[in-house]
Design a protein around this ligand. Structure first.
Ligand code: HEC
Length: 182
């Protein structure tokens, strides 16, 4: 892929054909919620495709543009969700994943990841304990268990806004997909 493909200024056809559809067409279609015929969020096809697209950017700094009012509003809602106490145990994501609280400490043998170090740039990631590739949404769904609440749908707006908030901490850091975690 040429450097131009990584920018919004790319021209149709410049990277077309490589994956059947041009990468940016798929990315933009997915971002806009259109069905590009690759299966639902969290399906094996979707995880594979997301991994393939992100791998094309490995080593490049994560760059998310949150300057628009709509993006800033979504970001604020994502942060509010991260801090919101929910579920049977009345815990928030922040209770386990911020350095002021549980992050960098062990919970049942698992080191609690610190949100400020950036937890998104290696997703989809390979999970050795599951023998499977997981996207960010599945990871969040699993964190509903310690929260003591029901999972939301993988494509729920709440997870999208949480993911945007989490991704902020990865801006400028190199994309590294797939990661590997236990
Ligand atoms: C009771 C503690 C707890 C709560 C609350 C919790 N998590 Fe987690 N989370 C964990 C554990 C344990 C792991 C696995 C740590 C590891 O990767 O070894 C984890 C892993 C993650 C990871 C993957 C980190 C990585 O490096 O791959 C993300 C992202 C994440 N959590 C997001 C969230 C979000 C978003 C919420 C709130 C909706 C949340 N978590 C709530 C305990 C928690």
């Amino acid at each position: 892929m040429g450097a131009k493909d990584r920018e919004y200024g790319h021209q149709p056809g410049e990277c077309g054909g490589r994956f059947g559809l041009a990468v940016y067409e798929i990315v933009e279609s997915k971002a806009c919620g259109f069905d590009v015929g690759r299966g639902a969020v969290e399906s094996a096809e979707d995880v594979d495709l997301t991994m393939r697209i992100k791998m094309a950017s490995n080593g490049l700094p994560v760059a998310v543009d949150t300057r628009s009012p709509a993006a800033r509003a979504a970001l604020a809602r994502g942060k509010a969700l991260f801090d919101k106490r929910v579920g049977e145990r009345n815990h928030s994501c922040a209770d386990c994943h911020t350095p002021e609280r549980g992050a960098n400490k062990f919970l049942g043998g698992r080191l609690l990841a610190d949100v400020t170090t950036g937890l998104t740039r290696h997703f989809p990631t390979w999970r050795t304990s599951q023998n499977d590739a997981w996207d960010m949404r599945r990871r969040m769904q699993w964190c509903m268990t310690p929260l003591g609440m029901n999972m939301l749908a993988a494509d729920s707006i709440e997870y999208a806004e949480l993911e945007l908030y989490l991704t902020q901490f990865d801006i400028g850091k190199p994309m590294s997909v797939p990661g590997i975690r236990h």
